[in-house]
Design a protein around this ligand. Structure first.
Ligand code: AMP
Ligand code: ZN
Length: 476
């Protein structure tokens, strides 16, 4: 068996770029925090799932056998990540006059519809919080037994004072936080940073999602679901855990306190966090009715792959600003790349189907190595994209070689470039114009043929007469 490609990642736990060393290679375990399904995912949320998709594609390319788990939060997430405010599912149920169960299933389906459109591979295991309540209760019982949790006023809380490493992960200044952020803190808590493991006391007299527990009827806190489901599917030590950068100070800090408090040893070796996509707040906020989600981009005439291309241009640890100008630029670059891929496949086929002997190993190996090195270096996808563009301009490479390389690179990019190399079709009206022009050329009616070429050009289709026949490409 060949050794997996060595990879390096910036580990949030140590704040350093480190060689990636899974516990039992070639197996790798990866847990990603999934969506809270009370509304559509906004385009910022999708950035995080594309980052995780690029990571899983890179791990597989590197030769690892991956088990990728993602949860679906369909209960227990209050408006603020630190247990304050209302229940997001209950608010959505009231807004849409549906039951919280219907809301959860509807938006879960919508989430996967959007991630499919973005060519995000579905995780190997997708687990719903509402289907793992008994595992969460068992974990809370273990925490109570080990002295990390206490009951107060009907709820069960994690006692952060019993886990001295609590501030370490996020480099928290707990004292400063006490003084500023947590003025409305729940008086039942022993320490301001304590958080709820089990809500026996709901704010809603008619709470619909509820289960029996040793602490009375109620529902789980948000954080416990990830700790419980991650260990259910991946065991008590995990190689990689991901999420958006906002999860560092509360959600992931709490997940670590729960899991390590329960298991008594380090839980996750490498943590990767994706930076935010930034747009002005009003456009992004899921809580406002009219925010930017993928359907809005499609309604405005964009292909989801235009947005995916835009996301590839930013490194996951850097903020990325969204604007329609930037999206237009991405669309233009993607169109050029598709046209190139199509041209190479056409040229490679000229005079017969592309032959494997047209792809020289020596010529492609260097480009392949450069491409992999960019990814091995903390998942630097923008650099990988730059390698692809340089490769496209290499005069030494044959079209068949460029085609083979770009399709290989696209196993990471996920832009569906293979579709551009297959015979494409245009709307019937445009295909009819192309056929009429071919007939005019056959009839040697050059004036009509030229007029039709101009008409097609005005409609965004450039005609190319090639030795093997007529071809076309889309132009801006
Ligand atoms: P939620 O459904 O709200 O729990 O969020 C789903 C994921 O999206 C989490 O990993 C968040 O960290 C992430 N996220 C939220 N806002 C943004 C943003 N503006 N840009 C990138 N990721 C985000
Ligand atoms: Zn989580």
């Amino acid at each position: 068996m060949t050794e997996p490609l060595p990879l390096r990642f910036f580990n949030t736990r140590t704040r350093r770029v480190e060689p990636f060393a899974p516990a039992a290679p070639p197996k790798v375990t990866l847990y990603c925090c999934g969506p809270t399904v009370y509304n559509h995912a906004h385009i910022g949320n999708l950035r995080t799932y594309v980052f995780e998709d690029l990571l899983q594609r890179t791990l597989r390319m590197a030769g690892y056998e991956l088990h990728h788990v993602m949860n679906v939060t369909d209960v227990g997430h209050l408006e603020s990540d630190a247990d304050e405010g209302d229940d997001k599912m209950m608010l959505a149920a009231a807004r849409e006059r549906k039951s919280p169960w219907d809301i959860a299933r509807f938006y879960e389906d919508e989430f996967f519809r959007h991630t499919d459109m973005m060519k995000i591979r579905r995780p190997d295991t997708v687990c719903r919080a509402t289907e793992h309540i008994s595992q969460m209760i068992a974990m809370v019982e273990r925490l109570v037994a080990r002295g990390h949790a206490y009951e107060a006023g009907g709820n069960v809380y994690y006692d952060t004072a019993t886990f001295p490493a609590y501030p370490d992960f996020a480099r928290l200044q707990i004292d400063a936080q006490e003084a500023t952020e947590r003025v409305d803190a729940d008086e039942r808590k022993r320490n301001p940073a304590d958080f709820v493991l089990w809500f026996g006391q709901s704010k809603y007299p008619n709470q619909i999602m509820k289960w029996d527990s040793p602490w009375g009827t109620g529902f789980p806190g948000w954080h416990i679901e990830c700790s419980a489901m991650a260990s259910e599917y991946l065991g008590e030590t995990i190689d990689l855990h991901c999420g958006g950068i906002d999860h560092v100070p509360v959600h992931h800090t709490n997940e670590i306190a729960q899991s390590e408090g329960c298991f008594g040893h380090r839980w996750v070796n490498t943590w990767l966090h994706g930076e935010f996509l930034v747009v002005d707040d009003a456009k992004m906020a899921k809580s406002s009715g009219d925010f930017l989600h993928l359907d809005r981009l499609v309604e405005a005439g964009y292909d989801p792959m235009d947005y995916r291309y835009l996301l590839l241009t930013g490194h996951y640890r850097a903020r990325l600003s969204f604007s329609f100008e930037a999206l237009d630029g991405a669309r233009q670059s993607l169109k050029t790349l598709r046209n190139l891929a199509h041209d190479w496949s056409y040229a490679a086929r000229d005079g017969g189907p592309a032959r494997e002997s047209d792809v020289r190993d020596r010529a492609t190996a260097e480009w392949r190595a450069r491409f992999r090195e960019t990814l091995a270096n903390d998942l630097h996808v923008p650099n990988a994209l730059a390698v692809a563009w340089k490769m496209a301009r290499d005069p030494e490479l044959r079209p068949a070689e460029k085609l083979a390389l770009i399709l290989e690179f696209d196993a990471i990019f996920g832009l569906d470039l293979a579709a551009a190399t297959q015979s494409r079709s245009l709307p019937d009206e445009l295909m009819a114009l192309i056929a009429r022009r071919e007939q005019a050329r056959a009839d040697k009616d050059w004036a009509t043929a030229d007029a039709l070429r101009d008409e097609l050009r005005a409609k965004g289709v450039a005609i190319k007469d090639r030795p093997g026949g007529t071809d076309w490409e889309l132009v801006g």
